[in-house]
Design a protein around this ligand. Sequence first.
Ligand code: MRU
Length: 345
Amino acid sequence: MTADDDARAIEWTGTGLRLIDQTVLPARLVYLDVADVDTLVDAIVRLAVRGAPALGVAGAFGVAIALRQAAAQGWDAATLDDAIARVREARPTAVNLAAGVDRVRPLVPKGVDAVVAEAQALLDEDVRGNRAIGAHGADWILARVGEGRRLRVLTHCNAGALATAGWGTALGVVRELHARDRLEVVYADETRPLLQGSRLTAWELERAGVPYFVQADAAAASTILRGLVDVAVIGADRVAANGDTANKVGSVGVALACRAAGIPFVVAAPWSTVDPATPSGEAIPIEERPGGEVLTWGGAPVGPPGARAFNPAFDVTPAHLVSALVTETGVLEVSAGMAPGRSAP
Ligand code: MRU
């Protein structure tokens, strides 16, 4: 598999961002051109672009979009600041979004080209980092499980090429195991309510020729306890200094089942997702999304009129359940006491 076989979820065209509109996958591969801040914020809020590293890149290029719009429409400094703040705060949990904005913001006085160059550097670093995460993750997993056979890997949500600048974090590990002919099958949790697992992860695995099953989220614990899974590998939206990890809601249930079954629970994430300023999971802001996402299916109601939904988009897995944090520089055995806040490069 070459680097070009995976999807390019996010690209700078010279005048704006071209995104794969992830709300319409897998039915259609549709691109969305974004040249203004309102359209970008809307794309982030409705998950047309999503996944922590991809949000970081979108945030960085979002500053360039705001600058171009400011020049075209004669914005004053306060209007520009407000536009950049709206991009930065469009979603709260993935630290990459704010970090992407903050990385390029000091370059605003130097103009659009300087901002675009730094945003492109972030994008390129992410692709390179994902390749390294894939290799480190596969090495660590193969040294601990498998005993020479092909592995059965469970993943939750989508931490693939679509969620990053390319290749993927958790799916980068999966792609690497597949390339080494050490992958038997992936169990892809469907990921209620927005189905990032069945719509997006399955779409990527299909394109990559990786064998997989989609399973209901509710099946995950039993699949693990029945001995059908060798290792779970997920991505992250924010890793606190102590190793507590926020990821798509349902991840902590997978981690608990892995602990009960005695198999590793692996988090694959770049250092850009580690937030040393957040001491522990309690301080991670958890996005709550509209109840309608839970109470409708394909536009039809699945609850009685008046039903209320609780719809947290993420949960926090405590550090003691995280066997390994795989970054682009290597692996930290978090549950064994290797806190990322003490090891940041
Ligand atoms: O709500 P989403 O789809 O943005 O949530 C995405 C996830 O939870 C991913 O697992 C995470 O961002 C890691 S992506 C490499």
